[in-house]
Design a protein around this ligand. Structure first.
Ligand SMILES: CC(C)(COP(=O)(O)OP(=O)(O)OC[C@H]1O[C@@H](n2cnc3c(N)ncnc32)[C@H](O)[C@@H]1OP(=O)(O)O)[C@@H](O)C(=O)NCCC(=O)NCCS
Length: 237
């Protein structure tokens, strides 16, 4: 594992494939990192940095709106040292790469796997005997990488090998055997992927600006406007 970030080409390749998997715009190189315009309710855009650099600090000081995320392939403390106090840590994650052969378990009894394709995006769904969605995940292959995305097992179906089955089914669709397999894992995911022989190539530290800063700014702006109105009324009176 490296605490000094990741190869920018690998990061760009992963981000590019992730954008395909999620139907997002392609990453744009900016401030020494990559910007993705996500435009969801929870997030306007994010910048992902392969390592710490002056651009990250400059950008962080220029941002003051919520739903903007900064993510660093590096330790939380390193990112925090570049940010003002308003920035809040958002669940730390792990940039990981598959290494070698993965152990595949037989699918637990009573479950069935469906594999669907939408362009270069593969979706795996595991259904229970009752027909409910028990686990799912996505993968995308580009000429550079094969990435896994949104691997989830419903709480009541966990620890039955379904996460393992989703990963194996996605991996079975990989066409270019030589390209690296990548993902960014949550804490839960990291444990699963470690059992499959994955290794962490870097911590992945996300920060965001909280709503309260903006609300404060908006309120203080409104407050200033109200004050001006009051003063005008006082002067007019
Ligand atoms: C991560 C997640 C997909 C794992 O799904 P799962 O179906 O429970 O995983 P599996 O049953 O295939 O686990 C295989 C092995 O991984 C390890 N493992 C998985 N989850 C674990 C956990 N929470 N704690 C400890 N070990 C765990 C165990 O060794 C397990 O084998 P065992 O149950 O025989 O001990 C699931 O916990 C989840 O959906 N979490 C919330 C969403 C999320 O964070 N997804 C990952 C995104 S990167």
């Amino acid at each position: 594992m490296s605490d000094r970030g990741v190869d920018p080409l690998i990061l760009n390749a992963w981000l590019s494939a992730r954008s395909i998997a999620r139907g997002l715009p392609q990453p744009v190189a900016e401030y020494g990192g990559y910007r993705v315009d996500t435009y969801s309710d929870a997030e306007v855009r994010r910048w992902v940095f392969p390592q710490m650099g002056p651009g990250l600090r400059e950008l962080s000081h220029s941002l003051n709106e919520p739903r903007h995320f900064l993510k660093l392939c590096g330790p939380v403390d390193e990112l925090r040292s570049a940010l003002t106090d308003e920035w809040m840590l958002h669940a730390p994650s792990y940039f990981m790469q598959a290494s070698g052969k993965q152990t595949q378990r037989p699918l637990a009894e009573g479950y069935a796997i469906e594999i669907g394709h939408n362009g270069s995006v593969v979706e795996v769904r595991v259904k229970s005997g009752a027909g409910e969605l028990a686990a799912s995940g996505y993968a995308t292959e580009t000429q550079d990488v094969f990435i896994y995305d949104r691997i989830v097992t419903a709480p009541e179906h966990r620890r039955k090998g379904l996460g393992n089955a989703v990963m194996a089914a996605l991996r079975g669709t990989k066409q270019c055997q030589g390209s690296p397999e990548l993902l960014v894992a949550t804490e839960d995911g990291r444990v699963l992927y470690a059992t499959l022989g994955w290794r962490m190539i870097s911590p992945y530290s996300p920060h965001r600006l909280p709503w309260r800063k903006v609300r404060f700014q908006q309120l203080s702006h409104r407050g200033r406007m109200a004050d001006k109105g009051r003063k005008r009324r006082v002067r007019a009176g």
